[in-house]
Design a protein around this ligand. Structure first.
Ligand code: F6R
Length: 616
């Protein structure tokens, strides 16, 4: 959360910064701002509450000159979202400007100390404290910005990606990273800096990912230098080639990224499977698992840590791994796990499941498990992000950039990887026989085509259905077995983008309390596909209907029993039970999307949310 951008080169920095802010807006959109050193050697800061568009409007008639600058789009942590708390922040003398992604835990102690030295603060942010601290160190130690940044990072406790510029030196940006991501793009005589690679890809595909503790010195026209902030010794600059394309970052004719990403799933899942499931369905190849085969064969327990939608995918992963590998699996919210003093044994495998690969809680949970001797395995989407860099091994889901704040294609990518893992580990352990492997693997290969089929048959139908339920105030989502997590995910999708209250529940649990909520105004979305608890789910539907509730049922194609009792029915094709969440997810995503659109919500950037949760 929060996105930072920087540029130094020959072009007008403002244009690159603003374009970069648009690309990073999904990380937070409470306010945005830019700082540039102008052609007249002024340090100009323009910032505005709200979206990047508001900033552009505000800056329109200002001096936008300068070929060096930094910029920020904010998800507020310290201080309410307003113009004053927007980044960049000035130092006391107005000489330095800083942008920051992260949170500084000891900021109030530092602020007190600086106040005692006569420093005053205009904002409530922790970032202003950091930039004042840097200037204080420069002034008292008579040192360079680089030396002051090294010293400041020793005194600061917390997470940060900083970028700082100095009015007195229009040829340099200093950037530092600790627990918040930073990528530097290397162009021809120019450098780009950003929280992720999306603002960089249209200019260059050569990037350097900073590691924790790195400080980068980005000098105009000179070689990029990276140092260890503690020892100030030079680090190796490792250039990586980006595999991303600019088309992946555009809406491609869709009104929203979310709809594009929903409809992309046949392609993204084909990419996710590609080269991993053999054409005859007899072999699954996941090198991250195969290379550590003995760890997976010997482990007595797998712990999966995740947040939000990824946590729902993890619950499906638990079913898959327990059913097919007979290994006990514990699924934990990363935020709970990290502070719970959890039991982690030597030989345990911890899987960190995260689309962004940057979620602070998930990263901290994996570091904790690693420090206690677990083998840590990452399942992520964003290549080169912090989690894959911190794990012993892992698998990318390869679904391409997910820009819509509500996760869709990453969820199905995660479930697909977990299904492939379960089959592979099961085969290695001998708990999956050849026939089962072939059946499930062949079905995994069918998923992209079956999802296309769901779009053809159901998209318009769901759009119509959404009109009926747009004005409901509450929803219940019910499912069992593999589709209990699907119910949780369906409810989350609706909540986050439409702001309608929704609860996901295991269908049979409903009668222990939640059933009291059911009446004519409380629609229930019930996932009632033909699985091993189908009859039980049918009973649950009857219990809802008996109390006057409206039922939208997601059923297996050709189902006639539920069709007679539910008010509305959406069919999905038949597939191996363990893969049904990949199909039931599609109507749930579409239903949430169309309801949110009908309500006039900002589907891609719902209120209060950000895509990449890099703070606690
Ligand atoms: C919901 C959503 C969030 C994320 C959660 C974890 O649609 O996107 O709940 O799933 O913030 O994010 P990652 O997967 O990046 O760790």
């Amino acid at each position: 959360m929060c996105g930072i951008v920087g540029y130094i080169g020959q072009r007008r920095a403002y244009d690159i910064l603003v374009q970069g802010l648009h690309r990073l807006e999904y990380r937070g959109y409470d306010s945005s701002g830019v700082a540039m050193i102008s052609d007249a050697a002024e340090l100009n800061i323009y910032k505005s509450k709200g979206k990047v568009e508001a900033l552009e409007h505000f800056a329109a008639n200002k001096d936008l000159s300068g070929t060096i600058g930094i910029a920020h789009t904010r998800w507020a942590t310290h201080g309410e979202p307003n113009d004053t708390n927007a980044h960049p922040h000035f130092s006391q003398s107005g000489r330095l400007a800083m942008v920051h992604n992260g949170t500084i835990e000891n900021y109030s102690v530092l602020k007190k100390a600086l106040s005692a030295h006569g420093y005053t603060f205009v904002s409530q942010t922790d970032t202003e404290v950091a930039v004042q601290l840097v200037e204080y160190i420069m002034d008292t130690n008579h040192c360079s910005l680089f030396d002051a940044m090294c010293e400041a990072t020793k005194r600061i406790v917390g997470a940060y990606a900083f970028a700082v510029i100095d009015r007195q030196n229009p040829n340099q940006i200093i950037a530092a990273r600790q627990s918040s991501p930073l990528v530097i793009g290397i162009g021809e005589g120019e450098y780009f800096l950003a929280s992720d690679a999306t603002p960089i890809i249209e200019y260059t595909n050569k990037v350097v990912y900073l590691d924790d503790g790195d400080i980068a010195v980005i000098d105009r026209g000179a070689e990029l230098k990276v140092f260890d902030s503690k020892t100030t010794s030079k680090s190796r600059v490792e250039i990586t080639e980006l595999q991303m394309s600019i088309e992946q970052l555009e809406k491609g004719g869709y009104p929203h990224f979310m709809l594009k990403e929903i409809f992309e799933q046949p392609k993204t899942l084909a990419d996710c499977i590609s080269g991993r499931v053999s054409a005859d369905g007899k072999k699954i190849t996941l090198s991250g698992v195969i290379e550590h085969r003995s760890k997976f064969l010997k482990t007595k327990r797998i712990i999966i840590v995740a947040c939000g939608t990824s946590w729902h995918a993890a619950l499906i992963g638990k079913h898959l791994i327990e059913e097919y590998c007979r290994i006990p699996v514990v699924v934990e919210y990363a935020s709970e796990f990290r502070y719970a003093n959890p039991v982690v044994n030597q030989g345990d495998i911890l899987i960190a499941l995260s689309q962004s690969g940057e979620t602070a809680d998930t990263l901290a949970a994996l570091e904790l498990a690693k420090s206690r001797g677990a083998f840590v395995f990452g399942i992520c989407n964003v290549i080169g992000s912090s989690i894959p860099r911190a794990t012993h091994s892992g698998c990318y889901i390869h679904v391409g950039p997910e820009i819509g704040v509500a996760s869709t294609k990453a969820f199905t990518g995660q479930v697909t990887v977990l299904a492939m893992m379960a089959m592979l580990i099961g085969q290695m352990k001998g708990t999956v026989d050849d026939a089962t492997l072939e059946r499930v693997a062949t079905d995994i290969r069918r998923v992209p085509t079956l999802i296309k089929d769901i779009f053809t048959k159901n998209d318009k139908k769901i759009e119509e259905l959404a009109k009926i339920f747009t004005y409901a105030h509450n929803f219940l989502y019910l499912g069992r077995g593999y589709n209990y997590p699907s119910a949780l995910e369906g409810a989350l999708k609706l909540k986050e983008i439409s702001y309608i209250h929704a609860e996901g529940y295991p269908a049979a649990e409903m009668k222990h309390g939640t059933i009291a909520l059911i009446d004519n105004d409380m629609p229930s979305v019930v996932i009632a596909i033909k699985d091993n608890v189908y009859e039980k789910t049918v009973n649950n539907i009857q219990q809802v209907k008996a109390r006057g509730g409206k039922v939208v049922a997601i059923v297996t194609e050709g189902d006639t029993i539920v069709a007679q009792m539910a008010d509305y029915v959406i069919e999905v094709p038949e597939i191996s039970e363990c893969l049904t969440p990949l199909l039931t997810a599609i109507p749930l995503q579409l239903l949430a999307y169309y309801i949110a659109v009908n309500k006039g919500r900002n589907v891609d950037q719902p209120r209060n949310l950000a895509k990449s949760v890099t703070v606690e």
